[in-house]
Design a protein around this ligand. Structure first.
Ligand code: FE
Length: 333
């Protein structure tokens, strides 16, 4: 049994070991990479004198690890990306309910789990990206419109296996129901210029190479590309501004069910939602603040203001299985 456990931990892509843990420190398992979280934890320690130990790895692997460790886990907090993943961790009983006035004041309700199992700490927007030399901006409008025949052979999408795609489709099911969403997916599949891409960056490269004209990406990937290629004929378009708003998602965190230091972990969660932390968070990955009283980073603000979809993000978890089934049925690979 021990052998099996060690073997599975090794194969799950868990990369960083935890050093000795003192009683008042907080331990975080994070699928966010070290360079995105360490500056935050350092600033928290400076403010509070509470040390943060952390271990980074793939989200799915860390969830499995938390399940295996059960009550013996050292983790007080689990951080990951996408509300679909946060919801899944909650559905597996890995989080405890946390409701505090600070979290409720700092974070809007649609970015938090209604039962207090997890909270969104940064917002990522998934919207339309297009080739400015090949697309007339007046032709762009909504996610739904990308299913119309005018985009035949001109659309690139990321694979349906990625959680970002599942969450977006779950939001369409939430707004339109299964039948209409099924029609939208069929339209997308009809319009694809190529088999779905593995990464958002591949979608943008395909648009730049002329393989397709339009696609969907998380804006921070656009930010990274445009930083390297400022003259690329590529722009973001804010989808669904006259209707449901841009599909947003979060990176976020919850306090683990078996946290040894829940008090310290809640303090960290609250601190991460504070204006000070939100500014650091936004600048590190070109994401949007979850705290609505904080302005976005300057590079990010330059892409313009937009209306967000305010659907409660627990819905992307609740509707995830339906989204997966529907995409399979409609041949979205
Ligand atoms: Fe990402």
């Amino acid at each position: 049994m021990i052998k099996i456990l060690i073997f599975s931990l090794l194969t799950m892509g868990v990369t960083t070991a935890i050093s000795a843990v003192s009683d008042d420190s907080v331990t975080v398992y994070s699928s966010r990479k070290e360079h995105l979280i360490k500056p935050l934890f350092d600033a928290f320690t400076k403010d509070t004198n509470i040390k943060v130990e952390y271990l980074t790895g793939k989200g799915g692997a860390l969830i499995e690890r938390l399940k295996l460790e059960g009550a013996d886990t050292q983790a007080d907090m689990f951080m990951t990306v996408d509300a679909g993943n946060l919801w899944y961790a909650g559905s597996q009983g890995l989080f405890q309910k946390v409701k505090t006035a600070t979290l409720e004041n700092n974070l809007p309700i649609y970015l938090r789990d209604p039962n207090g199992l997890w909270a969104g700490l940064s917002v990522r927007a998934r919207t339309i990206v297009y080739n400015t030399e090949r697309v007339n901006i007046s032709d762009l409008s909504t996610y739904e419109d990308l299913a119309s025949p005018k985009w035949e052979g001109r659309l690139c999408l990321r694979t349906s296996k990625k959680i970002y795609t599942k969450s977006l489709v779950a939001s369409l099911i939430y707004h339109h129901g299964k039948d209409k969403t099924g029609d939208i997916i069929s339209g997308w599949v009809n319009n694809l210029a190529a088999t779905p891409n593995a990464k958002d960056s591949h979608v943008m490269n395909a648009i730049l190479s002329g393989q397709c004209d339009v696609g969907l990406v998380n804006t921070y990937y656009y930010g990274r590309l445009i930083e390297k290629k400022p003259n690329a004929p590529l722009k973001l378009f804010w989808a669904n501004q006259a209707t449901t708003g841009v599909h947003v998602n979060v990176s976020g965190a919850g306090i683990t069910k078996y946290a040894k230091n829940p008090k310290g972990a809640i303090q960290l969660l609250e601190w991460l939602s504070s204006a000070k932390a939100q500014l650091i968070y936004g600048a590190l990955n070109k994401e949007y603040p979850a705290n609505q009283n904080v302005a976005a980073d300057r590079a990010v603000s330059a892409w313009g203001a937009f209306k967000q979809d305010k659907m409660n993000l627990s819905q992307v978890g609740i509707l995830q299985a339906k989204a997966v089934k529907l995409m399979q049925k409609k041949g979205y690979r």
